[in-house]
Design a binder for this molecule. Structure first.
Ligand code: SF4
Ligand code: MSK
Length: 671
């Protein structure tokens, strides 16, 4: 009996193979069980989701609630009479919850953007010499977009303006975008003209970045906005303020001060860690910290110091979007996705995990207690409660000293490793870092960079369309399964994939980010284009904030001509197969209102409010040309995107494959 009771109390353990498609992760989940270390995969078995929260119809916006409005069994028959105590309908509650998610996501991206804009201002004011302007061309382009003059007239002659002056004014104008008191956000004008005019007509042009987020919190307070359509208008303003504001500014400013990415080779997965090296893993989102750590860890004196402690060198690697940032600018390898952060520590070889902001699981602190790993938080706004965590606040004014302290701490910890080191021997080669500029270069060559080659191949049907596949991992689905199935199905059907975030890391681990992958996985048309141009069938465009690069690439396609006047007119679709963060909802929504049909997997937090759900999944197409959709089955998910791409091809009259016909003189005369 006692034995039976003991058995009943044994913790539920995740099945490694059912938890992830990645062999390295499977090995580490099994290892966590051997060592008795609990991970998110185990907790996903015991912590059940709230079935009403999943439907988006639980409101806790005042203390009379939470008011829970589940869909009745058998759905709504007749009038929907469900109400919260205050009378809020299911549509109101779901819409309020949905736009609060947009606010959370837009705030995260945009506050990240503000952080880099502040560093940019310090650079412009010459308050720091750790960071400089690295890409002058990008600075001049951004200055132009922000209305900053780059030339001056002297005695009737137009001369180049002093670069320091341009830098300072650009930094000031950029930072003002977060809180200016008048006018409208400047960057939405970078969208195709037709799109900008549509936003203007709909009254959804953002005023500034912060205000749109604050207004969501106001409108969703009890007793303010009680119409789902009006609530979504504000959600749309905030999403545009994210995608065409905070995120886009973050990307552009990072390119200015850290350099614009160009394709680099590297590797991905837990197997990039080295047993005989100091393993320093950087995790989070903001490259302000990681840029300096990369520089410090490569200094000869640091390498010598590591050697003096018995290591052969320092192996830097990254998790989540800091990983994507370090990869695209320096070729630093990707250690893993969001769901692999605990697993990296369970290798027993992680000497320090340094974190900044976003997507950091608090449980890394508890996992680290079982090993020698030092967890170091570095950001003022992101600290961890557990007492084994060290906080070293990173500041651009003493960035070098902070970075040196952190790297030294990792090196000093190398000799504290236990005997329990086990690094899974799995990693894949990758080519990453395709920005808007480098894609243009690849398509057209150095003298006439152009998107025309892509348009031409979309028109002739070799490339059926383009998909942005992005977003997180979610412990409620098998790690990376849906990411990889969606992406493989798309490229098999000649759809070129642009990827960011954890989808990019998943594709990297699966070997899809190499030019060679085209011959193995892509359809004949896409494979031919990839081989001719020398690109992978899945292009790595960076981190979560770099989804703005996808918007700009889509705009370049419109500008190149032949595929309509707006993003909504050409064959493009979006997807987040394993989304989990509020940022994914903000990204999805700015894709949708930029004209992109966007499908999500796992769950969608509107199912409990069918009228509101139909509004954003159907009616939105008539307003914005883009709409949301939900499909948890990855193959059906990909085929919904392909069907949309085919619909757009048909509307453009390019649905029949046309080969180029060489005309002879007689047929020309006949013409
Ligand atoms: Fe309930 Fe209304 Fe309060 Fe929400 S705002 S918790 S629906 S009473
Ligand atoms: S890190 S937001 S889990 S993509 Fe940008 Fe990955 Fe999603 Fe975080």
């Amino acid at each position: 009996m006692a034995e039976e009771k003991k058995k009943a109390k044994a913790p539920k353990l995740a099945d490694p193979v059912a938890s992830s498609i990645d062999v390295a992760s499977q090995e580490m989940i099994a290892r966590s069980h051997e060592l008795g270390v609990e991970t998110i995969f185990d907790r996903a078995l015991t912590m059940k989701r709230c079935s009403i929260g999943v439907q988006g119809t639980c409101c806790k916006n005042c203390s009379m609630g939470p008011c829970r409005l589940p869909l009745p069994k058998g759905g709504i028959v007749g009038e929907d009479t469900r109400k919260g105590l205050c009378g809020a309908t299911a549509n109101t509650i779901a819409a309020r919850n949905f736009i609060r998610m947009i606010a959370g996501g837009a705030a995260a991206h945009s506050d990240h953007g503000r952080g880099v804009a502040e560093v940019f201002l310090s650079v412009a004011r010459k308050e720091t010499d750790v960071y400089q302007v690295k890409d002058v061309d990008k600075l001049l382009a951004v200055a132009k977009d922000l209305g900053v003059a780059t030339t001056v007239e002297v005695d009737g002659e137009e001369l180049d303006r002093d670069l320091d002056e341009i830098t300072l004014e650009t930094a000031e104008v950029a930072l003002a975008e977060w809180g200016k008191s008048e006018g409208e956000l400047l960057y939405p004008k970078k969208a195709p003209k037709a799109r900008y005019e549509l936003w203007k007509k709909q009254g959804v042009l953002p005023r500034n970045i912060d205000r749109e987020i604050v207004e969501i919190m106001h409108r969703t307070h009890i007793g303010v906005d009680m119409h789902y359509k009006n609530l979504m208008k504000q959600g749309t303003r905030a999403a545009i303020a994210d995608g065409w504001g905070g995120s886009m500014l973050a990307t552009d400013i990072q390119d200015i001060i850290f350099g614009t990415p160009y394709p680099v080779q590297s590797e991905a997965n837990l197997g990039v860690m080295k047993e005989d090296h100091v393993n320093l893993i950087i995790h989070g989102h903001e490259p302000i910290l990681s840029e300096v750590i990369v520089a410090v860890a490569q200094k000869q004196e640091m390498i010598d110091y590591a050697k003096s402690k018995g290591a052969k060198g320092i192996q830097l690697s990254g998790i989540c979007c800091t990983a994507n940032e370090m990869l695209q600018r320096h070729g630093i390898p990707l250690c893993g996705t969001f769901l692999q952060q605990e697993l990296a520590i369970i290798t027993g070889a992680c000497d320090a995990m340094v974190v900044d902001i976003q997507c950091i699981m608090q449980n890394i602190a508890d996992v680290a207690k079982c090993f020698h790993t030092k967890v170091i938080t570095t950001h003022r706004i992101a600290q961890i409660e557990q007492d084994n965590v060290i906080h070293i606040e990173f500041d651009e004014h003493h960035a070098l000293e902070d970075a040196e302290r952190i790297v030294k701490m990792a090196i000093d910890n190398f000799e504290n490793r236990g005997a329990e080191v086990m690094i899974p021997q799995h990693k894949a080669p990758i080519v990453a870092g395709f920005g808007v500029e480098s894609t243009e270069y690849h398509l057209g060559g150095s003298f006439r960079g152009t998107y025309y080659t892509l348009n031409d191949n979309i028109i002739n049907g070799r490339v059926r369309g383009v998909a942005g596949v992005v977003g997180c991992n979610n412990a409620r689905t098998r790690h990376n399964n849906d990411h990889i199935k969606v992406v493989k199905e798309l490229i098999k059907n000649d759809v070129l994939v642009l990827t960011t975030g954890c989808n990019a890391i998943a594709c990297a681990m699966e070997g899809l980010l190499t030019p060679e992958a085209a011959a193995v996985h892509a359809g004949a048309g896409l494979a031919e284009v990839c081989e001719t141009v020398g690109i992978p069938p899945v292009l790595h465009l960076g981190s979560c904030v770099d989804n703005s690069r996808i918007l700009l690439a889509a705009t370049e396609v419109v500008k190149a001509g032949g595929l309509g006047n707006d993003i909504s007119e050409w064959p493009v679709a979006g997807s987040a197969p394993e989304w989990m963060s509020e940022k994914a909802i903000s990204i999805g929504h700015y894709f949708v209102v930029s004209g992109v049909y966007t499908v999500v997997g796992v769950t969608f937090p509107t199912s409990g409010a069918p009228v509101f759900n139909d509004y954003i999944c159907k009616d939105f197409e008539n307003i914005y040309g883009g709409m949301w959709d939900f499909e948890p089955d990855p193959i059906k998910h990909a085929h919904k995107m392909i069907a949309h791409i085919d619909k757009k091809r048909k509307e453009l009259g390019i649905d029949k494959a046309r080969e180029r016909v060489m005309m002879d003189f007689a047929s020309r005369q006949a013409l």
